[in-house]
Design a protein around this ligand. Structure first.
Ligand code: SAH
Ligand code: SF4
Length: 337
């Protein structure tokens, strides 16, 4: 009997557990993913002997240690204990859909100074099953399937490539989440962007740009020293040429650092080259005094300047700031007891 819970097993491991006939694997997956069932004894279309065996293994590996509700019930943040590491997941409900923001790593090694996750350092890679389980916890809370999944929680998804690709395939194949409703947000790792277009169905890619020149981006996104803007732009161009969907450029506005209207034409030029859409967001505070949010009028002026320079630009609304669940506010902290 494996000592891993069901959600962490691949198909052949699961087949060993449930035995023949072969369709049992699919049946168990359907229970786990569509019904988000946590007790194998409830999987009543399986023989009792198989149910007992499954019950002895357990379904998931995340243990929820805290649930916070914000935005009048429209945003939920979970803190899960993943074998000793804290992993955060955020559910955002909108009138017509629900989006789950998942973590791909416990912590992050990239060190962006305006991001709470980056300041907390790296814990460990998450397994595919641990990523998928975050979506299942949210689906159980909702009482229905999740509409969209965004890899915008803790961690750099392309730095945990194999597990993220596996999780995307499972979400797509087993949970019925269409590729176009999955978004991977990345600082931009060129060879991984190129392989992603081959390894998964056509999902949405969001590139965290935050500065239009290398000197400034070296400060805001330190891995830029290794993968400078022009190399990421080339990889994103290949992604588009390979049939990839329209790219989103993310631009977090930090007061006095990257919010001068004079930078907007340079950002717009990059966006035009890639036929990308620019999503601006005012930075969420994380406690670092050097990096604070741009005032609302500066943010609006920047978006206007982008549009004047010919970019397709929008302003993203902040969600979850009242429960520290907004972008960049996810830290490896334990909940206060
Ligand atoms: N590591 C990936 C995905 C997780 S971060 C990435 O960086 O793209 C998701 C988004 O939140 C990124 O665009 C990131 O730059 C942004 N972000 C980080 N800290 C933030 C903060 N304090 N305020 C607003 N956005 C932030
Ligand atoms: Fe990591 Fe993304 Fe935060 Fe940078 S912004 S430290 S890449 S999670």
């Amino acid at each position: 009997m494996p000592n891993k819970p069901l959600l962490l097993l691949d198909d052949s491991e699961l087949a060993d557990v449930v035995g023949p006939p072969a369709f049992r694997v699919r049946q168990v997956r359907r229970w786990l993913y569509e019904a988000a069932e946590t007790d194998p004894r409830e999987m009543t279309d399986l023989p009792a002997s198989v149910r007992e065996r499954l019950a002895g293994i357990g379904v998931g590996s995340l243990r929820t240690v805290d649930t916070r509700i914000g935005d009048g019930g429209q945003t939920v943040k979970w803190l899960h204990d993943a074998s000793g590491e804290v992993v955060e997941t955020v559910l955002m409900r909108y009138p017509d859909r629900a989006t789950v923001c998942v973590s791909s790593q416990a912590g992050c090694a990239m060190g962006c100074p305006f991001c709470a996750t980056g300041q907390g350092g790296f814990g460990r890679q998450l397994e595919a099953g641990e990523i998928v389980e975050q979506v299942l916890v949210a689906a159980r809370h909702l009482g229905e399937r999740v509409g969209n999944v965004v890899f915008m929680g803790m961690g750099e998804p392309l730095a945990n490539y194999a597990a993220v690709v596996d999780a995307i395939r499972r979400l797509h194949d087993h949970c019925g989440i269409g590729a176009r409703r999955i978004t991977v947000s990345t600082i931009g790792i060129p060879d991984r962007i190129r392989s992603l277009s081959r390894d998964v169905p056509p999902l949405t890619l969001a590139w965290s740009l935050h500065a239009p020149d290398d000197a400034l981006r070296d400060e805001l996104v330190p891995p830029n020293r290794r993968w400078p803007i022009r190399e990421v732009v080339a990889a994103l161009g290949d992604w588009r040429a390979a049939g990839g969907r329209r790219i989103t450029i993310e631009y977090t506005l930090v007061a006095g650092v990257n919010d001068a209207p004079g930078l907007a034409p340079e950002v717009a030029a990059i966006a035009r080259t890639l036929e990308a859409h620019v999503n601006c967001i005012a930075m969420n505070p994380t406690g670092n005094p050097r990096y604070v949010p741009s005032p609302p009028e500066t943010v609006r002026d920047f978006v206007d300047a982008l549009r004047e320079a010919g970019a397709n630009a929008t302003l993203r609304r902040n969600r979850g700031a009242d429960i520290d669940a907004a972008c960049g506010q996810l830290a490896r902290s334990r909940p206060a007891k």
